[in-house]
Ligand binder design. Structure first.
Ligand SMILES: *Cc1c(COP(=O)(O)O)cnc(C)c1O
Length: 219
C-alpha cells in the first residue's frame, strides 16, 4: 500500500461531516507534501520541536494541530502559527496559550483534552476540571482563546465495548457543554478505533499510521 491508496481508503470511510486530521509525526516533509497534494490541509504533530522544523518547509495554508502533551515553556514557539491545540490538559497551560496568543494578536483554537481511558498513562483533565475551565472561558476569561471542542483517547485495547464506553463518556460531556455554548469539534479516534469513535459521535478523527504507514522511532 502506498500513501495515496491509504489516504483515499481512509477518506472513503469518513462521513462528509467528519474532519480528518492527518497525523504526520515522525514522517518526513516529503510524505506530508504528498498528502497535501492530494488535497489534505489539516495535519497533526505531537512535538513542538518537530513541528517548528517542518512548518517553514511546507505550504502556509496548512492548518497545524498540536495533538501531544505541551509544556507551558514551549507555547511561545508555536503561538504565531498554530491553528488548534488539541491537547490542553491544565488550567496553567490554557493561561499560557492565552497570554502568548495575545502577544501575536491572535485567537488560538483549543480543545480540552479529557482523560477518559482507564489506563493510567494518558494525559488529560478530569471532567470536573474541564467543566471548571469551560465556565471560566464562558465568563470571559481567556480573550485570546476559543474553546471549540473536546479531545480524548480511549484505552489501547482490542475490547471495542470498552473503547466505546470511554468515547461515550466524552460524548456526554460534549453534549452537556454544547448546551452552554456551541462546540464544533469532538476529536476522538485514531487509526485503529476511528470507526468506533464515529459511531459514538466523533466529528474529527486523528489518523496517522493508516495513512503514512508505521512509525519508525529509531531515526
Ligand atoms: C500519534 C497520535 C495519533 C495517531 O495515531 P495512529 O494510531 O497512528 O493513527 C492520534 N492522536 C494522538 C494524540 C497521537 O499522539
Amino acid at each position: 500500500m502506498n500513501i495515496q491508496e491509504n489516504y483515499s481508503t481512509i477518506k472513503k470511510q469518513l462521513p462528509e461531516n467528519v474532519q480528518l486530521v492527518a497525523v504526520s509525526k515522525t514522517h518526513p516533509v516529503s510524505a506530508i507534501q504528498e498528502v497535501y497534494d492530494l488535497g489534505q490541509r489539516v495535519f497533526g504533530e505531537n512535538k513542538v520541536q518537530e513541528l517548528t522544523e517542518k512548518y517553514p518547509l511546507l505550504p502556509k495554508d496548512i492548518q497545524w494541530h498540536l495533538i501531544g502533551h505541551l509544556q507551558t515553556n514551549k507555547v511561545k514557539y508555536i503561538a504565531e502559527f498554530i491553528d488548534t491545540i488539541q491537547s490542553v490538559d491544565s488550567e496553567k497551560l490554557i493561561r499560557e496559550i492565552n497570554k502568548e496568543a495575545a502577544k501575536h494578536n491572535r485567537i488560538i483554537k483549543v480543545l480540552l483534552q479529557v482523560k477518559i481511558a482507564e489506563e493510567e498513562s494518558k494525559f488529560g483533565l478530569d471532567i470536573h476540571e474541564a467543566k471548571s475551565i469551560f465556565e471560566q472561558f464562558l465568563s470571559g476569561e481567556f480573550q485570546n482563546i476559543n474553546i471549540t471542542g473536546l479531545m480524548g483517547m480511549a484505552t489501547f485495547t482490542d475490547d471495542v465495548n470498552q473503547i466505546k464506553k470511554e468515547f461515550l463518556i466524552l460524548k456526554r460531556l460534549f453534549d452537556e457543554l454544547n448546551q452552554l455554548k456551541h462546540l464544533e469539534t469532538l476529536s476522538m479516534g485514531m487509526s485503529d478505533d476511528f470507526p468506533a469513535a464515529i459511531e459514538c459521535g466523533a466529528n474529527s478523527v486523528r489518523v496517522g499510521s493508516a495513512i503514512f504507514g508505521r512509525r519508525d522511532y529509531s531515526k
